[in-house]
Design a protein around this ligand. Structure first.
Ligand SMILES: [Zn+2]
Ligand SMILES: [Zn+2]
Length: 341
């Protein structure tokens, strides 16, 4: 490769995003820039105010809904390559995290860099599956980057939820789930598990569920809690933001048992802290085995680790003779922020 400068010097991690230097473009910047490539719609990756936002049509629709950002939107389909300034090619590749989520492949001067954004390897009926993309530098998230994090099969968690519902009889089960991604995945997986009755929604869930349906994700019969009496909701599952688990909103529900769908439910203290009776370990991030297996599958010359628990994964790379470094970035809440869990 005839690059005059040091390898990969055209890609620069900074505290508030990853900079593609020759293109004067940023990936998932946490502050407003002239030109941004955005991997997906969660708040710790997507924000309003950029001059130009390049993302998948689904992510742009999510951003328009959440942050009212319509101006400067540049849609890119999965698999489509766009040429940025400075001779950098960018390709958006499914990441399997939430609707529209993408890894971004950057090619410049004969070098290939993939930035995962958030991702998972498990099947998810609400989004396109993660695709392994060979590259020289693999910039991976590490939200659940500790060996203790091993997400169980989602079918097990759905069975727990449906058993709890059966035990509730004339009562109900209130499931706390983040509004973008987790809520729709729980609903779609309930349908896969054969639960065909009406699922009731907190008002804060409605628009995002409709957006998913408009993009071809089938969620079955959904109704708003606000439009129905306690009597009508008996024996049902209700999906609401985690903040609604405690507080007065749930008083309108018939004898609700409280559940929470999150990868952090693996940590018992967190469930107790939130007063959750039924912790459901459901994550839209790769667990430890998925993180390490993905590094093996992708086989990069270098792995750059960000967005979570970098230390353990860095150590794993060292023990496995893989070149790696940890990136320190701000604006990435290790707790998953508002909706990343
Ligand atoms: Zn994230
Ligand atoms: Zn995310």
């Amino acid at each position: 490769m005839n690059t005059p400068s040091a390898p990969f010097s055209w890609i620069k991690p900074a505290k508030w995003g990853v900079q593609i230097v020759p293109a004067d473009t940023w990936i998932d910047p946490s502050r407003a820039v002239d030109r941004a490539l955005v991997t997906h719609g969660h708040a710790d990756h997507a924000r309003g105010g950029h001059g130009e936002t390049v993302a998948t049509p689904e992510t742009l629709a999510i951003m328009a809904l959440r942050y009212n950002t319509r101006e400067g939107a540049v849609p890119v389909q999965y698999g489509e390559t766009i040429r940025l300034r400075g001779g950098v090619d960018a390709t958006f590749i499914p990441a399997g995290h939430v609707l529209g989520s993408a890894q971004i492949l950057l090619e410049h001067a004969g070098e290939r860099v993939v930035i995962t954004g958030d991702y998972k390897r498990r099947a998810d009926p609400t989004c396109a599956p993660f695709e392994v993309t060979p590259c020289d530098v693999f910039i991976t998230e590490a939200t659940f980057g500790l060996p203790v994090f091993a997400h169980p099969p989602i079918a097990d968690e759905m069975a727990k939820l449906l058993t709890a519902l059966a035990h509730q009889g004339e009562g109900s089960v209130l499931v706390g789930a983040y509004a973008l991604g987790k809520a729709q995945r729980v609903i779609a997986e309930l349908r896969t598990a054969g639960h065909s009755q009406t699922i009731y929604l907190h008002g804060a869930m409605e628009k995002m569920c409709r957006l998913y349906e408009e993009h071809g994700v089938e969620l079955g019969d959904l109704k708003l809690v606000a439009d129905h009496t306690k009597g009508e909701i008996r024996g049902s599952i209700i999906i609401a933001p985690p903040s609604a688990l405690r507080g007065t909103w749930s008083r309108r529900l018939p004898d609700p048992a409280t559940a929470m769908a999150s990868g952090w439910m693996r940590v018992r203290g967190r469930a107790r802290q939130r007063g959750v009776e039924l912790p459901l370990i459901i994550s839209d991030h790769a667990d430890w085995n998925e993180l390490t297996q993905t590094i093996i599958d992708v086989g990069p010359a270098e792995t750059w680790i960000t967005h979570g628990r970098e230390e353990a994964l860095l150590r794993w790379c060292e023990l496995n003779q893989r070149r790696a470094r940890a990136l320190a970035m701000v604006g990435r809440d290790e707790d998953g922020g508002q909706d990343g869990e």
